[in-house]
Design a protein around this ligand. Structure first.
Ligand code: G
Ligand code: G
Ligand code: NA
Ligand code: MN
Length: 252
């Protein structure tokens, strides 16, 4: 089978699962939620990371059923915890196609409603890569905001986003890509880029999530600059649902 045919079989057999990477509020040091990260469990038991199959799924139209399965898994695994604790949030990644079509948002609205969860507890992460129809993307993001979701632009700094472009998008937060976090205190040339990204987010009144935080020095830098949230191995890798909920409760 070709990789694409294999992925098609995986979609039919529902071979996906979700791990949750904790999100920390840098001001309080508490865990406030997590990002849902899909994995593909192959029949031999091997777990495949999303960067190895999401691009193929995005290019082939298979991303839509994968997004649907992720939404379903997240609400099944987290629905009870989300209903019990309205301070908890889970962020779901959407591909550009999901955003432009508006279809994923309809699926999320239906599933969240069925589980009796508040839309405000489901955050969305969208990448601007491949927004072929910018007007359609903008319409979905506006609708998402009306519904009460917090929406973050993912992988910020790696794509083409300019200040002008961001200014026109109805989003609430910006995720600083881990490649910029990695330069903190090390790289004199690209170091200032992260300071610029933080200033830019501030001027647009966006919340900021830093990803890939691995050291206390990075966390200290981000906290000193009033970055709102952080994720990374300093706190925790992505965890299965039950382990994540234990981590969350231990950090309250
Ligand atoms: O966890 P990992 O480093 O392997 O994630 C790699 C990338 O895959 C991340 O940039 C993340 O945004 C993306 N990704 C993870 N889960 C999903 C998902 O459910 N849907 C989409 N579209 N992308 C995802
Ligand atoms: O879509 P996003 O870029 O948010 O996906 C998160 C990716 O980052 C996953 O592939 C995950 O394994 C990886 N990741 C999460 N925390 C860290 C970290 O602290 N350092 C590094 N290098 N990678 C991380
Ligand atoms: Na993401
Ligand atoms: Mn990212």
């Amino acid at each position: 089978l070709s990789p694409l045919a294999e992925l098609g079989v995986a979609v039919r057999r529902k071979e996906f699962l979700v791990h949750y990477q904790p999100t920390i509020d840098l001001r309080t040091g508490r865990c406030v939620g997590a990002e849902a990260l899909v994995r593909w469990r192959r029949p031999d038991g091997a777990l495949v990371r999303p960067d190895l199959f999401i691009p193929l799924a995005e290019d082939s139209g298979l991303i839509q059923p994968i997004t649907d399965q992720v939404v379903d898994i997240v609400l099944r695994e987290m629905g009870a915890a989300l209903r019990a604790d309205q301070a908890l949030h889970i962020a779901i990644n959407l591909a550009a196609d999901d955003v432009c079509s508006g279809r994923a948002l309809a699926v999320i609205t239906r599933t969240v409603g069925r589980h009796g969860v508040n839309a405000s507890q489901i955050w969305l992460e969208v990448t601007e890569r491949g927004f072929v129809d910018a007007d359609a993307a903008r319409a979905t993001l506006a609708r998402s905001r009306e519904l009460g979701h917090t929406t973050a632009i993912d992988d910020f700094g790696t794509g083409y986003s300019s200040l002008q472009y961001l200014q026109g998008l109805p989003v609430d937060a910006l995720k600083i890509d881990k490649s910029f976090v990695a330069t903190i205190g090390i790289d004199a040339v690209s170091g200032p880029v992260i300071a610029h990204i933080i200033d830019m987010a501030r001027s647009l009144q966006l919340s900021i999530v830093a990803e890939g935080v691995e050291t206390q020095a990075q966390a200290d830098y981000l906290r000193a600059r009033e970055v709102d949230f952080a994720q990374g191995w300093l706190y925790s890798k992505a965890l299965p649902a039950d382990e994540f909920l234990r981590f969350y409760r231990s950090m309250q």
